[in-house]
Design a protein around this ligand. Sequence first.
Ligand SMILES: Cc1ncc(COP(=O)(O)O)c(C=O)c1O
Length: 306
Amino acid sequence: MPIPEMEKIWMDGELVPWAEAKIHVLTHALHYGSGVFEGIRCYKTPKGPGVFRLEEHLKRLARSAKLYYMPVPYTLDQLYDATFAVIEANGLDACYIRPLIFRGYGEMGLFPLKAPVQSVIAVWPWAAYLGEEGIRHGIRAKVSSIQSLDHTALARAAKATGHYLNSILAKVEVTNSGYDEAIMLTEHGHVAEGSGENIFVVRKGTLMTPPPSDGILEGITRDAVMQMAAAMGIPCQERTLARSDLVIADELFYTGTAAEIVPIREVDDHEIGEPGPITRRIQDRFRAIIEGRDKEFGYFMEYARS
Ligand SMILES: Cc1ncc(COP(=O)(O)O)c(C=O)c1O
């Protein structure tokens, strides 16, 4: 998806003009994927731009950096304020937010600890990743032949740039076959997640989602949905799921920052159908939260500090 050009990017502590936020071609992260990042969304609310669970995202960014031995050059408070500064500098009230911390220029080779660490936060308007039509009527998903990431090969709890080569393979594979999004399985054939989303199954009124031990990224939207379900009296379990659980599901949906809550209307050419009642209830509640209308989960929305 093309990135619209904005005014400013926050880079290493300063707001710099968009076109000047550049790096050297010998940047470590470009060669070895040694970067960690976040995808966050800011929404227009009556109280001004509200960022969905910013602190949780920044904490995950810090955990990802730790897992790859990267000292974060800024405190979480500094990154919080920098996020709102760059939103304001670009005059946006709703946008996607992309913080990235990466090993910069100066060292080559696989021992990264002497390479400098650089930080950026970019923002731009980004519509629903899997389309508004997808949010309303559901999308077509396909189980990919590409396995989800194995805990023994990578620090799976990290959201790291290098991890996404796997997702790229899965996404291209299913897109080229005419589907909208992939579902990846573990080496044991358990359902893991989408290329950039977590997945939920609804069966007999109960929500089920794969556990972290099944090679998922612990999504912040996933966690929000589990909290919302508890508040709404919808039973929800973290449970290992088989491929066949997808086909016999009453409802299926993806969750993620870029995608939001996206029903799956077809999996592997099996009809699941139009979004069902539980999916709709979760979607409606999520919308109320991000529009700043929900009292109980009002704390999910975070605002600029004066
Ligand atoms: C592989 C993967 N799984 C799940 C998610 C969903 O996580 P979140 O809800 O925190 O955006 C993402 C997106 O960040 C992702 O890239």
